[in-house]
Structure formats: structure tokens, C-alpha cells
Design a protein around this ligand. Structure first.
Ligand code: SF4
Length: 420
């Protein structure tokens, strides 16, 4: 019975979905709760405030103590389906309703999220993780690994495609660990083939695979299935085998670089991206140099890089001293991001003059006559629309168009649409 509103000050229910993978993300929750309390004091309008997601799961009742009088509902990652009932309960008795219990059932449509996105549909295939990397809070906040049935996933994908979404993104903590609970012979490569067969789907992406589970079958599936985008996100986290061991990533620098070589030999032109943590406990200058040299060798199209922060319950937080100073972490991340920026700028410059397919996903907010989309390799391309279609940018959204790349920047490309 609720309707969404763009104006937070008129909301009767505010749901804050939280992340606790980094300390910074968690801090933002408390800032937001402070703003809500202030707003309620100033206006007398006091909505039901529900906190969902990983920080809710991790902090539980402690959230009520740290921000007294603001939160009415705390709903953990596995109890999210109970949100409507909890909101109702809290609005009747104005007493905090809390649900943090685990739930193994992932058959219900967690499913196609962000329905308002006109182009991409996100379909969860796995919840939770059993890997226990020593820095990572996910196994504690999202629970053990649970797979959704292939039939449910394909049905979600079909619904997404029928509702006009040309791109599907399959989500899970380690997507390539997938084995269908309803068909033990179906692994992640087979799942990609099933999704590839769904009519109307034009592009398939997935996040994230773990390097140690990336084998020949997956590489061949990416190479051979026409709808699977030629982009692979392979989180490396560090270029030092010593640090990788301490992180419990279960692969070495050499094995990772061998894997990249295999991927590139099999799928020429594939775009690679990664995640890196700097300043992990015990990371000496020479270990960080290993991360720089690996970045140099890998030539990633993009990278997400983070400064290490200890997360509750993790092995690293319990057993390893956070012994790299804040200053040193900052100087390392600046050096890494500078190098990565140079690499991706060069890769983008090499694309100038080529023709590539771009799936348009938005009209530019800054340039009124520009649309924007992504290549199969996930690079953003901005394109001025032809003069006769100006003012109708939205009509381009969802179309895949051939574009000649004319200009390169560090974060995106520009091009001109080639129309027959
Ligand atoms: Fe976290 Fe990913 Fe490691 Fe799982 S595999 S513990 S989600 S970093």
C-alpha cells in the first residue's frame, strides 16, 4: 500500500539499506540516522525508520544504543522478506522490531532487483559465502553459501527480458562456485549457457568470480556464448603472494598472472578489471611494489581500490595488527590509482578509431544532446545524438548501436553513432 517518494521529508517509511564491507560505508549510516533524527525534531514528522543490510545484521540491537530513538526496524540480510510485516508491527506499537535470524531458503525471488533500471536486470544466483578471506565481513553478515535453483534463475531472467531489460547481471559472492541445487550437473558455465538461450536477452554480465575457481570451462563459455560480455572482473586484492596467503585468498601472484594470460590468449581483446586492498596488515613497501608491478603487468581496464580497515569478527581483525599507518595507506592508494589511471587512459587511447557496439543505458545529465552506454568490455562511451533526434534522447535507451570512438578520457570514451 505504500508508494515511493522522491522527497525524504514526506516519507512515512524510510528504509536504509546498508553495507559494512568497509568502515567508511558503515559510518555513513550513522550520519544518515543523525540527519533523520534532526529532521524529526525540526518538523515533528517522525517516519518509521527501517535499517536493512549488512550493518543491520552485524550491529543488531547495538544500533539502537548508538542511535537511540531513531531506528524502528532492524532487519538482517536473511530476514529481509519480513520487512513489510516488521514495518507494520513497528508502526502499530512504536517499539523496535528486530529480525536477524538466518534463513536458508533462497528460492523466493530475491531476484530481479532495481526494477526501475530500464536496461539492466540484476538476478541473484548465490547468497552468502564460505570462503572466509581473512579481511572480509561477508561470510559473517550474509551467512553461508546458498545457491538458487537454475529453474528459478532462468525464470527470473525470462521475466526480466519480457519486461524489456536487454541486459542481465548475475550476482553472487562467488558466482563461479555455482552448482544448481536442482540439477547437480549444472555449473556456472552451464548456467551461462541457459541464460544465453533466453530470448530477448542481449547481454549477460556477472559479478564476481573468484580467481581460484576460474577454470577452462568458464573461460570457454565467455569466449563461445555470444551474449556473454567480453569482460572479466577478477579480484586480486594484492600482488604479493605473502599478503595473498595472509588474506587466505588461496592463490599466488604467479597463479593469478598465469590465469590472466590464459584468459587473454583464449579471448583476445577481453577487458579485465579487479579489486585491490592496500595497507593490509603486514604489507611492507616491497609487498606494495608487488601490487604495483602486478597492476602494470595485468593492464586492467578498471580497478576498485580500497584502504584496508579491520572489520568485526574477521580473522585479520582478531589476529593481525593493523600496522600500516593511515598516512602510508593513503600514499599507497594514491600511487596505485595514479598508475591505474595511466594504464586505463592508454587502453582508452588505443580504442580511438575503432568501431564498437554500445548498449545505451542513459541520457547524459550534463550534456543535453548526449547519450551514454557501455561497450561489451564495460567501458562507458558518451555519444552526441544526431541533430534530428535531439530532445528524444530517451528513445535511444536500451538500443545497441555501432559507435566509432573519437576521443578518450581516463574514465570514459566519446564516439559518434554510425547509422545505416
Ligand atoms: Fe568475502 Fe569474496 Fe572472500 Fe567471500 S570470496 S570471503 S565475499 S572477499
Amino acid at each position: 500500500g505504500f508508494e515511493s517518494t522522491e522527497d525524504p521529508s514526506e516519507a512515512d517509511v524510510v528504509v536504509i539499506n546498508t553495507c559494512s564491507v568497509r568502515e567508511h560505508a558503515e559510518d555513513k549510516l550513522y550520519t544518515r540516522l543523525g540527519e533523520l533524527r534532526q529532521h524529526a525534531l525540526e518538523t515533528g514528522h517522525d517516519p518509521v525508520v527501517a535499517i536493512a543490510g549488512c550493518a543491520a545484521q552485524q550491529e543488531g540491537e547495538a544500533l539502537l544504543k548508538r542511535s537511540p530513538g531513531v531506528a524502528d526496524v532492524i532487519v538482517g540480510t536473511q530476514a529481509i522478506r519480513r520487512l513489510p510485516m516488521l514495518v507494520e508491527q513497528a508502526s502499530i506499537d512504536r517499539h523496535p522490531a528486530i529480525a536477524l535470524e538466518p534463513c536458508d531458503d533462497v528460492s523466493w525471488p530475491l531476484g530481479v532487483t532495481r526494477r526501475s533500471d530500464p536496461v539492466k536486470a540484476y538476478v541473484t544466483i548465490i547468497e552468502g559465502c564460505n570462503e572466509f578471506c581473512s579481511f572480509c565481513v561477508v561470510p559473517y553478515t550474509r551467512g553461508h553459501e546458498r545457491m538458487r535453483g537454475v529453474a528459478d534463475i532462468v525464470a527470473d531472467v525470462a521475466r526480466a527480458s519480457e519486461s524489456g531489460h536487454p541486459e542481465v547481471q548475475l550476482l553472487g559472492q562467488i558466482v563461479n562456485h555455482y552448482t544448481a541445487p536442482d540439477d547437480s550437473s549444472c555449473d556456472f558455465a552451464d548456467l551461462l549457457a541457459h541464460v544465453n538461450d533466453v530470448p530477448g536477452v542481449e547481454r549477460i554480465r556477472f559479478a564476481s568470480p573468484h580467481p581460484r575457481h576460474t577454470g577452462r570451462r568458464l573461460i570457454e563459455a565467455i569466449r563461445d556464448l555470444p551474449k556473454v560480455c567480453k569482460h572479466l572482473h577478477l579480484p586480486v586484492q594484492s600482488g604479493s603472494s605473502k599478503i595473498l596467503r595472509a588474506m587466505r585468498r588461496r592463490h599466488t601472484r604467479e597463479e593469478y598472472l598465469d590465469l590472466l594470460q590464459q584468459v587473454r590468449e583464449s579471448i583476445p581483446g577481453i577487458a579485465l578489471s579487479t579489486d585491490v586492498i592496500v595497507g593490509f596488515p603486514g604489507e611492507r613497501a616491497e609487498d606494495f611494489e608487488d601490487t604495483l608491478s602486478l597492476t602494470h603487468a595485468a593492464r586492467y581496464h578498471s580497478m576498485f581500490s580500497f584502504k584496508y580497515s579491520p572489520r568485526p569478527n574477521t580473522l585479520a581483525a582478531k589476529r593481525m595488527a593493523d600496522d600500516v599507518s593511515g598516512e602510508e595507506k593513503t600514499s599507497r592508494i594514491v600511487a596505485l590509482q595514479t598508475l591505474q589511471r595511466e594504464i586505463q587512459t592508454r587502453l582508452h587511447e588505443e580504442a580511438v578509431g575503432t568501431v564498437t557496439e554500445v548498449l545505451v543505458d542513459s541520457a547524459s545529465r550534463r550534456q543535453v544532446h548526449e547519450i551514454s552506454g557501455r561497450t561489451s568490455g564495460n567501458t562507458v562511451v558518451n555519444v552526441p545524438v544526431p541533430a534530428d533526434t535531439r530532445g528524444h534522447q530517451d528513445a535511444w535507451i536500451g538500443r545497441t548501436i555501432p559507435v566509432r570512438i573519437t576521443r578518450a578520457g581516463p574514465h570514459s570514451l566519446w564516439g559518434e553513432v554510425l547509422l545505416a
